[in-house]
Structure formats: C-alpha cells, structure tokens
Design a protein. Structure first.
Length: 208
C-alpha cells in the first residue's frame, strides 16, 4: 500500500461521521480563520485515538488504539497501545521508532518515518492551511467542518490521493482524519478525550 501501509506500521474519509449532509462552503475563509485562531492557542495537546485500516489485503478492517501527545511546534509522540505496542517519536529533526519495546533502526523503516514526519507536523500544527502543499476544499454541516486536502506535488500524490479532516465547530479541534490512497485503501483516525495545553515533559518525545 506504499506509504499508507507504512503508516500502519507507525502509526481521519469516514462518510458516516455525521448523518447530516455536508455542503461546500461559499465562505471558506470563515472556516480557515476559525481553525487558525484555535491552532494559535494550542501550545500542547494530548488525545486518545482509534485507528481503522481498510485494505484489500485484509478481509476485515484492522483496528488499533493509542495515545497522541503533541507540543508546538514539532514534537510528537504517536503511541499505539493495542493490539501491539508501537511508538513514533518526533523531536524536531530527530525521529525514533520502536515496536514491541525494541527500537527499529532498519534504514528503510527510518526513511519511511522521515517521509511522514513533515506530514504529521503539518496536520497537527495547522500549517497545512497555507495551501502550499495541498489544494483544500471546504465543506460544512450544522456541527462540523470537513476539509478535503489534495496533494499539490506529483510526488506526494503517488502515495496519498487525499486527506480528509473533520473539525467540531464548537471548539475547532480535529475529530477525525482519513489518509486515503484509493477508495479501498485508507486509514481512518478518530480522536477523543483531547486535552488542550497540558504540561508535557520534553522527555515524552525523546524516550520510549
């Protein structure tokens, strides 16, 4: 599954997120401004996540759970807690990955981690809104914003067809994210129990 299958090792297009129909926004700047305003207040963030992987390689969707820790601007701990333990640490330009308690130092795996590092930082920091890397189409219903991101670069579009983000209108926090390679190949993340601006020790991003 190219990059998507690698993301499963490491680490939201659910059309059923809401029963309400989404309509294309006539004033996309309103949504962009609301999300940017929220992002500017976030210095750190923690949340639980559920991961669902859809692939032709599996008869059934593969499910996992984990915890996310983020500290502005480029510190991320992405930790799968079940069914297997996997931890991705991003601390600026430094990236580490472990699986089942052992650090993975395979050159190929490290290269994949490096490729997704920039993508993850953009999604969590909100810098994707600048439009440099993605063409964004904005939708809304009464309770949520839905953003569909299409890669601008040919290189990235070889791996990801689109990224679909759902934000709650009340707090403008990311609720769901889908990484879509094709109609049948995608990973959906659902976030819950988000805590904004908690105190997080920097060792969280350097030590497994």
């Amino acid at each position: 599954m190219k990059l998507i299958s690698s993301l499963v090792v490491l680490l939201l297009l659910s059309l059923n997120v809401s029963g309400q129909e989404f309509k294309k926004m006539s004033d996309a700047a309103k949504c962009k401004t609301a999300i940017q305003k929220k992002q500017n207040t976030i210095k750190s963030l923690t949340a639980d996540f559920k991961e669902t992987v859809y692939s032709e390689m599996f008869d059934d969707a593969q499910k996992a759970t984990g915890k996310l820790s983020y500290k502005k601007s480029n510190k991320i701990r992405w930790e799968h807690t079940s069914p297997t333990k996997k931890i991705l640490l991003i601390d600026g330009s430094k990236v580490k990955y472990s699986e089942n308690g052992k650090e993975v130092k395979n050159p190929t795996s490290k290269a994949v981690v490096k490729k997704i590092q920039d993508l993850m930082v953009k999604m969590l920091s909100g810098s994707f809104l600048d439009g440099k890397d993605f063409a964004i189409t904005y939708y809304e219903n009464t309770t949520q914003y839905k953003l569909v991101l299409k890669p601008n670069s040919e290189r990235l579009s070889k791996y990801i067809e689109s990224i679909v983000l759902f934000f709650d209108k009340k707090d403008c926090l990311l609720k769901d994210m889908s990484l879509v390679e094709s109609e049948d190949e995608k990973i959906v993340y659902t976030f819950s129990n988000a805590q904004v601006n908690p105190t997080i020790n920097d060792t969280k991003f350097t030590s497994f």
